[in-house]
Design a protein around this ligand. Structure first.
Ligand code: PLP
Length: 394
């Protein structure tokens, strides 16, 4: 039987970017002890108190269909949190609860783009973006943010891409950024806002790492002048509360958009399990200290890696300002990110993601996820730097 063109071409005919990860997992399956610095998953589990809240909710009977838009209590909590952080008036009518940020990305692009429209996004990018855009029938076009500009995207590049693609309906940005760890400056965000207004684009702002800020301030572009009406914010409990497996996130959008998104959810996901929503509501009410504690290990490991980097001069990094990753420039070795990552895996059983998995702009880089315990992390990081030094031709 013939499958749809849309599903058969989701990865654009090329790799989905996960080849090295799959190879590392294959080695682990054969009994090799691989140090995995690949995936954005905490090394802690969902907190016991959150699990107790989930358990109590399920035992209390919240196992039937839940409200498709999300439970009022959770929508109110997300709205209040958003308003407090941004100053933008936000009510439950601006909030749709989704099965994770990934689903929110799909739904927000469905709201912005018709089949055949162009959806713009920034390179380097989170590996699922182009496939997610194709899955709504839109055409992904990337805009480079170069390492020479500290991976901050420039107004001129967005504007040029929008003008070259008259069908462009949306721009997807992600700050704090996966894979680079960059937090967009106010100037970058002003440029993004201006490009969206000038070219009449929806802005889809993926802010799933907004509780992981090491330097500077996270500004939600929805709070910039005239942006609330054209911005959809993607949020998630995955990273802020170590709840990746619970699949709970949200979209913040204008009320008329949320109304249509609810219709979309009715015809697709049919909402998020009630006991998961109750656990999320409980988790959001624990307080900022809890969120800081979830983020703390990454802050520590970032400091450890910056220390190690300062003692050598082959591997360079844009010091990450947020999120759980380090993007390392290994161009001094003369290798591509892919070659370096594969050699490192073979020689030292350390798995990192090639920069090329995240687009063209991060070629010659590797992404290190800071998601294993401090001692093992520091030792792997030292080995990585020594390995890079050994590759430099003298
Ligand atoms: N956006 C970015 C930038 C991510 O890195 C991830 C996950 O790694 C997601 C969205 C999806 O998160 P989730 O679907 O778990 O909420």
């Amino acid at each position: 039987m013939q499958q749809s063109n849309r599903i058969s071409t989701l990865t654009g005919g090329g790799s989905d970017g996960w080849d090295l990860f799959v190879r590392a997992r294959g080695m682990i399956a054969t009994g090799i002890d691989v140090t995995e610095l690949t995936i954005g998953e905490h090394d802690i589990k969902t907190h016991e108190d959150i699990l107790d809240a989930m358990h109590a909710s399920a035992k209390g009977g919240r196992t039937g269909y839940s409200m498709v838009p999300g439970e009022d209590t959770l929508r109110d909590a997300v709205a209040a949190r958003t308003q407090a952080a941004t100053g933008v008036p936000t009510t439950r009518d601006n909030v749709l609860i989704t099965p994770g940020g990934q689903s929110a990305l799909f739904s927000s692009h469905t709201a912005a783009c018709d089949a055949g429209d162009t959806a713009l996004y920034i390179d380097p990018y989170y590996a699922t973006y182009p496939g997610m855009i194709r899955s709504v029938g839109a055409h992904p076009v990337s805009i480079p943010a170069s390492p020479e500009n500290d991976f901050q995207v420039r107004f001129e590049d967005i504007d040029a891409a929008a003008k070259a693609n008259p069908n462009a309906k949306s721009l997807l940005v992600n700050s704090p950024n996966n894979p680079t760890g960059v937090v967009y400056s106010r100037a970058t965000l002003d440029g993004i806002a201006r490009a969206c207004i000038d070219n009449d684009l929806w802005l889809i702002s993926d802010e799933v790492y907004n509780t992981q800020i090491w330097e500077g301030t996270h500004i939600s572009p929805r709070a910039l002048p005239d942006m609330a009406e054209r911005t959809m914010v993607v949020g998630s409990m995955s990273k802020s509360h170590a709840m990746t497996g619970s699949r709970v996130g949200w979209i913040i959008a204008p009320q008329d958009v949320v109304s249509n998104l609810i219709t979309l959810a009715t015809h697709t996901t049919y909402g998020v399990a009630g006991f998961i929503q109750d656990a999320a509501h409980y988790a959001l009410n624990i307080g900022a200290d809890f969120e800081d504690a979830v983020a703390e290990p990454f802050r520590r490991r970032r400091a450890l890696s910056l220390d190690i980097l300062a003692r050598q001069n082959v591997v360079r990094a844009v010091p990450p300002q947020g999120a759980m990753y380090m993007m390392l420039d290994i161009r001094a070795t003369g290798l591509s990110g892919e070659e370096f990552a594969n050699k490192l895996l073979d020689a030292h059983h350390i798995a990192v993601m090639p920069g090329e998995s995240f687009g063209k702009a991060a070629a010659g880089h590797i992404r290190v996820a800071m998601t294993i315990d401090d001692d093992r992390f520091a030792s792997a990081f030292e080995t990585l730097c020594d390995f890079a030094r050994s590759l430099v031709k003298r």
